[in-house]
Design a binder for this molecule. Structure first.
Ligand code: AMP
Length: 197
């Protein structure tokens, strides 16, 4: 739960947890994730359906990385209708291709603190603090150039059509994704009216 009080539900995080736990779901998802392909709609929808039915989602929630194609967007409407929680907004985090590549190829997590770092953008002091604490800079398995290339191709082919889908439904909000993480987070909160929490 983040400081705005709403659960953030990242299908990528939930899938990575499933892979790490070795569950059947994780085993079914792993090959697609390693290749940068989408995991099947059926698997991802099962995860979402189960997660949004939990009590902490009663006052709303933020979906991160879902839906990723039109079929998922249509199924989401059915899932939300069943729990009487209509979709308020769809956020497009707008970022230039070159910056996106550096964010993905440079992304690391400190193995001790869990802090998200970037070898291209983080201040050296933050990277040193991780190393001084005995941490290692861990790279996500799918943050290598080949898989990233495929993830971006999948984005263009399958996910980008959602921009028009949500624009025509009057739900699209565009947030400038350039700059520092804190500034982008603030813009996101402003755009969703989350500042009063
Ligand atoms: P992410 O952490 O959002 O970048 O997702 C990492 C990987 O998990 C993606 O490249 C996909 O293989 C898989 N994944 C995450 N969300 C979805 C989704 N909504 N539909 C299908 N696959 C997904």
């Amino acid at each position: 739960m983040a400081d705005h009080g709403l659960p953030q539900i990242s299908t990528g995080d939930l899938l990575r947890e499933a892979v790490a736990s070795g569950s059947e779901l994780g085993q079914r998802a792993k090959a697609a994730m390693d290749a940068g392909e989408l995991v099947s709609d059926e698997l991802v929808l099962g995860i979402i359906r189960e997660r949004v039915a939990r009590a902490d989602c009663g006052d709303g929630f933020i979906l991160d990385g879902f839906p990723r194609n039109l079929a998922q967007a249509e199924s989401l409407e059915t899932v939300l209708a069943a729990i009487s929680q209509p979709l308020d907004a769809a956020v497009l985090l707008d970022i230039e291709f070159d910056v996106l590549m550096k964010r993905l190829t440079g992304r690391r997590t400190c193995s001790v603190t869990g802090k998200l770092l970037n070898i291209h953008f983080s201040p050296q002091s933050e990277i040193d603090a991780c190393l001084a604490a005995g941490g290692e800079l861990v790279q996500r398995d799918d943050d290598n150039e080949e898989t990233i290339g495929n993830r971006l191709k999948v984005y263009r082919e399958q996910t980008e059509p959602l921009v028009e889908h949500y624009r025509s439904a009057g739900l699209l909000r565009v947030v400038d994704g350039a700059g520092e993480m804190d500034a982008i987070y603030q813009r996101l909160r402003d755009c969703l009216g989350l500042n009063t929490a």
